[in-house]
Unconditional design. Structure first.
Length: 301
């Protein structure tokens, strides 16, 4: 059943739960309101349920989060409340996409999410989640996108996040994380986009506190920071575009040789104290750099 991108209003009928052979429900981008019917949790053949971008309220029915055939569950951009069940993923062996962003979900992120080992996308951003990131998230070796930004999460980023070998997008900005950014983030060889801004990270770590990525025209990305006179031990692997200029940043740049696909590294108007394993072109470097710095990568067209 695909009725997305219309102007349907009103409630989702309970009788829909009697359509036992339904494999897909796509009702996103409508004006549906009211609660999600509990009866949808009886659709045992349902592979895809997308109710995002509506005006739904209330809690997510428990049974819906236990449909063993589910590959995609999307409830983003509604006004749903409540919390996620602590045993979520005990019966979701096929789940690849879970989108619950931009709602009013609260409580802790359940450690049992680590049992959804086929997850490729987990989006919980723009909610009211509290507590820490469970270390079990590190079990999601197929995860490509992790959105946890704009919540009330606290504590340290778990070292286990470095086990996410397929991760390309990591969004943790606008929370209350503290401590050091773990060096294990440097193990994320597939990482392309990294958002860590608006947190309370300490000075040490693989990146500085309050760094995040913003999209730029043409698909480039820029790494910004929000404080001055800090040391940044920066290890780069596959990030696309890095710029940290006019902030008097004291940078320790190393291991940039691990980033053969990086397009530009522009630490302009700063004070680079040390660099190792770099390949720079001085014609693109606008900084007070020591003789150790040889060439700045200049591949942007």
């Amino acid at each position: 059943m695909i009725i997305s991108h219309n102007n349907f209003r009103g409630f989702i009928p309970d009788e829909m739960g009697k359509l036992s052979q339904l494999r897909e429900i796509e009702m996103q981008y409508n004006e549906l309101n009211g609660a999600i019917p509990t009866s949808l949790g009886f659709l045992e053949n349902l592979h895809k349920l997308n109710l995002s971008h509506n005006k739904l309220v209330g809690e997510i029915p428990y049974r819906i989060l236990n449909l063993s055939s589910s590959v995609e569950i999307s409830f983003g951009n509604n006004s749903l409340s409540g919390s996620l069940p602590m045993d979520i993923c005990y019966n979701l062996p096929k789940l690849e996409m879970l989108r619950i962003s931009e709602n009013q979900i609260s409580g802790n992120i359940p450690p049992s999410l680590g049992r959804c080992t086929n997850l490729k996308l987990l989006s919980l951003s723009y909610n009211n989640f509290a507590g820490s990131i469970p270390m079990e998230i590190g079990n999601l070796s197929k995860l490509q996108i992790l959105y946890l930004g704009t919540n009330n999460l606290t504590g340290n980023i778990p070292n286990e996040i470095g086990n996410l070998s397929s991760l390309q997008h990591l969004y943790l900005s606008r929370n209350g994380f503290t401590g050091n950014i773990p060096n294990e983030i440097g193990n994320l060889s597939a990482l392309q986009h990294l958002y860590l801004g608006r947190n309370g990270f300490s000075d040490d770590g693989i990146l500085s506190r309050n760094f995040y990525w913003l999209p730029l025209p043409g698909g480039d990305y820029k790494l910004l920071e929000q404080y001055r006179e800090k040391k940044i031990p920066l290890t780069i692997t596959s990030l696309t575009f890095i710029k940290g200029s006019s902030y008097e940043i004291r940078m320790h740049i190393q291991n940039t040789s691990k980033a053969p696909d990086s397009r530009s590294l522009l630490p302009s108007n700063n004070f680079i104290q040390e660099s190792r394993n770099q390949d720079f072109d001085m014609s693109s470097l606008e900084a007070h750099a020591p003789e150790k710095v040889y060439r700045v990568i200049k591949t942007r067209s």
